[in-house]
Design a binder for this molecule. Structure first.
Ligand SMILES: Cc1cc2nc3c(=O)[nH]c(=O)nc-3n(C[C@H](O)[C@H](O)[C@H](O)COP(=O)(O)O)c2cc1C
Length: 463
């Protein structure tokens, strides 16, 4: 059985107070004693107070950056009818953060500790003084360890300490308890390799052990005026670990998928050209159209949007088109004196790629959108601008597929068979076929092709 016991009578904490001794005194006053294996969950506020991490906002001079963030926040908070954070508080949030992630009605940051939370965890509640706020402890693991040592010295009991706070969650309403620092107990319980009820081996189960305990303590601790900042959890079985720290709860950056910047750079780096057989699972045409809808937002020279997309489904008699294109391909390869075997391989691969993809999308450049000049050089440049513009749209399209886990590959074949493509599909005179995109769900993961280094691609001009 697990007991959750609130320690009554913890006094208002002042800077320099010895939290370990105070807790022990009050445990005795409650006619309790510490036992081996107890977990003490301690509210961050009293730790911050004992460390003197209380700041009077009136003494803060906001920087220009804080004033700018205030303007952004003000609009959003007003629209949502949510209390406005003064520039002085925003300055403190900036001082306590490694990175500002979002400025909305709340300000979401990564704190210097690496926690992603609202307002850098700075809090007014349960702090004396109208304009005083509490900052998070700089190193809650260290404070937890200090308290564990004090209690061990005074009682010879092996207990674990969790310093807790409550954080809101991005996709669920309602704050829950979280651990900011630990001593004696592992932050994460690794269940990988253990068996479930049906003897299946668990592949990825990592339990947020100390956050669960912090949340359980929160039930008794309360958030408002309950005055119970110290909770004993008794009867929870865990392995004592003197080396434990909070750091395993912080997700490695390369495994973070929700942070905007990371998510976007992940999208850019994880998009791949898929050149294999596709899964037989169907894609709704609606989804293809949604992706093309996003491809409309690419930049284009003169905003001419010269791109035209033709969606060819499986039953659209693609084989005539492919056979016609292959005649041109054969002709070209024969002119290059390629062997029959080579030619046959190429032709088979083309058939396989373009015939069996669930969707084949043809991208054309509409020359009607191209500006014409009296001289050929400028007219030629305008054509290049058109090509550049449709390429931007094609890139958007590939990214739009990628974020929906749809695989695709860009093929240049129509560019080399323009006339026959136009004729077979009966396209308008102004259309110039430029590229095919094979589209479908993948059945394997392509290798990541090497990229040139930054030094290779950033050319430095000699002075
Ligand atoms: C303009 C263009 C034309 C391409 N044409 C072909 C093609 O005809 N056949 C092919 O297998 N891949 C083609 N690709 C795909 C490239 O091979 C691929 O983008 C490149 O190897 C890098 O791999 P990644 O897209 O997975 O990063 C083309 C890509 C672009 C941008």
């Amino acid at each position: 059985m697990i007991n959750i016991i609130g320690v009554q009578g913890i006094p208002l904490i002042k800077p320099g107070d010895n939290i370990g001794r105070i807790i022990l005194e009050k445990i005795k006053d409650n006619n309790l004693s510490l036992e081996d294996g107890d977990i003490l969950v301690i509210a961050q506020t009293i730790i911050s107070k004992s460390l003197g991490r209380i700041v009077n906002l009136k003494k803060i001079a906001p920087s220009n950056e804080a004033l700018e963030l205030y303007e952004q926040h003000l609009k959003k908070a007003k629209n949502k009818g949510i209390p406005i954070k003064e520039p002085e508080l925003i300055q403190l949030i900036l001082d306590e953060s490694k990175e500002i992630l979002k400025v909305e009605h709340v300000i979401i940051v990564e704190t210097k500790h690496g926690f992603v939370c609202a307002n850098a965890g700075i809090d007014k509640s349960n702090i004396e003084g109208e304009s005083n706020v509490a900052l998070l402890p700089k190193n809650a693991d260290k404070e937890a360890e200090r308290i564990r040592y004090t209690l061990k010295k005074l009682t010879n009991k092996d207990v674990a300490i969790i310093i807790s706070d409550s954080f809101g969650r991005p996709f669920r309403v309602g704050a829950v308890g979280v651990a900011l620092g630990v001593s004696g107990i592992n932050a994460i319980l690794d269940k990988r390799g253990e068996k479930d009820l049906f003897e299946h081996e668990l592949q990825s189960t990592l339990v947020g052990q100390v956050d669960n305990l912090a949340s359980a303590a929160q039930l008794v601790m309360g958030e408002t005026n309950e005055g119970l900042p110290v909770i004993i959890i008794r009867g929870y079985s865990f392995d004592l670990n003197e080396e434990a720290s909070i750091s395993p709860v912080l997700r490695e950056k390369n495994l973070e998928i929700f942070r905007d910047k990371t998510a976007f750079s992940n999208i850019l780096t994880s998009r791949r050209s898929y050149k294999f057989k596709f899964d037989s699972k169907e894609i709704e045409k609606k989804i293809i159209k949604e992706c093309i809808e996003l491809a409309r937002w690419a930049p284009s020279a003169h905003n001419a949007q010269q791109w035209r997309y033709i969606i060819l489904e499986k039953d659209d008699n693609r084989s005539i088109l492919i056979d016609n294109m292959n005649k041109i391909l054969r002709n070209d390869l024969e002119k290059d004196s390629k062997s029959e075997e080579f030619i046959q391989n190429k032709i088979n691969r083309t058939r396989e790629n373009f015939l069996h993809a669930p969707y084949l999308i043809l991208l054309c450049l509409d020359e009607d959108g191209i500006e014409k000049y009296p001289d050929s050089e400028r007219t030629q440049n305008e054509f290049i601008l058109g090509v550049q513009s449709i390429s931007a749209s094609a890139t958007y399209l590939l990214l739009a597929f990628s974020i929906r886990d749809i695989s695709a590959c860009w093929y240049c074949a129509p560019l080399f068979t323009k006339e026959i493509v136009k004729k077979t599909l009966n396209l308008p005179e102004s259309f110039v076929p430029m590229a095919f995109f094979t589209v479908g769900y993948s059945i394997k993961s392509p290798k990541v092709p090497a990229r040139k280094t930054l030094d290779d691609i950033i050319f430095k001009i000699k002075k």
